[in-house]
Design a protein around this ligand. Structure first.
Ligand SMILES: [Fe+2]
Ligand SMILES: [Fe+2]
Length: 153
């Protein structure tokens, strides 16, 4: 999973650093589980991971609001559902019904893939940015998400 953070760089330094840190933490969980260390050890890493993911998602939400992303409200609602699922999967792990791999799969989905199912507009934007960056690296600022009037409540 170490390559995840690199291949999914957004170009926003603070966000990319958080992604790397979170992937590093997830790798610690995989390794501690594989090496059959004391369960407590993995539990601690997962608890740290969960709170770090929450904090990180909060930063992304602030960013969406700051740049005036028009679907921010919907995306933020989706985040709260995703974080609930991650918490459930974490509790399942603590209760013995989920494996550490289940938690990590959920983590990857919440961290890197949820726009595919929860926000196709942002998804299209991410795909476009990646293509442009591949063709001319360094020319495109990835934070330039199209803005428009926010959806009325
Ligand atoms: Fe998101
Ligand atoms: Fe992220």
């Amino acid at each position: 999973m170490t390559n995840h953070a690199q291949s999914l760089e957004t170009g926003i330094t603070a966000i990319d650093l958080e992604h790397k840190r979170l992937v590093g933490l997830a790798n610690l969980i995989i390794n501690s589980d594989k090496k059959q260390r004391e369960r407590m050890h993995t539990d601690n890493f997962i608890a740290m991971l969960l709170s770090a993911v929450k904090q990180h998602i909060g930063h992304e939400e602030e960013l969406m609001i700051r740049i005036g992303y028009r679907k921010a409200d919907d995306h933020i609602t989706a985040h709260s559902v995703l974080l609930d699922d991650l918490l459930k999967s974490f509790n399942g792990y603590l209760g013995g019904t989920n494996t550490a791999d289940d938690v990590l799969n959920n983590f990857c989905f919440v961290m890197f893939l949820h726009w595919r199912t929860h926000d196709d507009e942002l998804g299209r934007h991410i795909v476009t940015i990646r293509e442009k960056r591949r063709k001319s690296p360094g020319l495109v600022h990835p934070a330039r998400i199209e803005t428009g009037p926010r959806k009325p409540h």
